[in-house]
Write a protein that binds this ligand. Structure first.
Ligand SMILES: [Zn+2]
Length: 205
């Protein structure tokens, strides 16, 4: 039985000093580096936006960061410009050990729609190919860690569970923008059968 670790958006813009910093986001990096050997397969997602992306407040005159708008029929929170394709902010955090990462799935490339999940865009119209890749590699168990907990990690986990994978959140290798919202998200994960564990529990599995 094959188990994958999906590293979600561990990128410079999502750690302190970046454009959309997750509090303590940098603190997950040593935890992630330590758990890499527990997995048969490691993949990563990368938020990868064109400069004219519809999730950027700067592309909507008169709107502010964190305003909510309707973007092509979907509710969209407006973010600071972040993870622009090819920018330093879009790079993986430097001290993250990316050597074991066998494949990188980029998302948010279409300016008309955002993509929190590593599997699908927010309208679930277009797949990134991640699900097919995991099925092709015989993956049965999906473990998820990264940034930010209540957004891209949460959406990736919910999709993994919907796709029929046995799904796990590694809580101490994840940080949210807002802990209250993350707690609510974790409750929904558990209702869907997702297991929440800590990195120290991996040795016993
Ligand atoms: Zn984004």
């Amino acid at each position: 039985m094959s188990r994958v670790l999906i590293l979600v958006d561990i990128q410079n813009d999502f750690i302190p000093g970046g454009a959309l910093p997750v509090p303590g986001g940098d603190q997950i990096v040593p935890v992630v580096n330590q758990i890499l050997p527990f997995f048969d397969l490691v993949v990563a997602t990368q938020d990868w936006h064109p400069p004219d992306h519809g999730s950027f407040a700067s592309n909507h005159p008169g709107k502010k960061v964190y305003d909510t708008i309707e973007l092509n029929g979907l509710q969209q929170i407006l973010w600071p410009d972040h993870c622009v394709q090819g920018s330093h902010g879009a790079d993986f955090v430097q001290n993250l050990n990316t050597n074991p990462v066998e494949a990188i799935f980029r998302k948010g490339t279409d300016p008309k729609i955002d993509s929190y999940s590593g599997f699908f865009d927010n309208g679930r119209k277009k797949s990134t190919g991640l699900a097919d890749y995991l099925h092709g590699r015989g993956v049965k168990e999906v473990f998820v860690a990264g940034l930010a907990g209540e957004f891209c990690v949460n959406y990736t986990i919910m999709d993994a569970a919907d796709l029929g994978f046995k799904t796990f959140l590694i809580k101490d290798a994840t940080r949210p923008l807002d802990w209250q919202n993350f707690e609510k998200a974790m409750q929904k994960m558990q209702e869907k059968g997702v297991t929440i564990l800590e990195s120290k529990d991996l040795g016993n599995r």
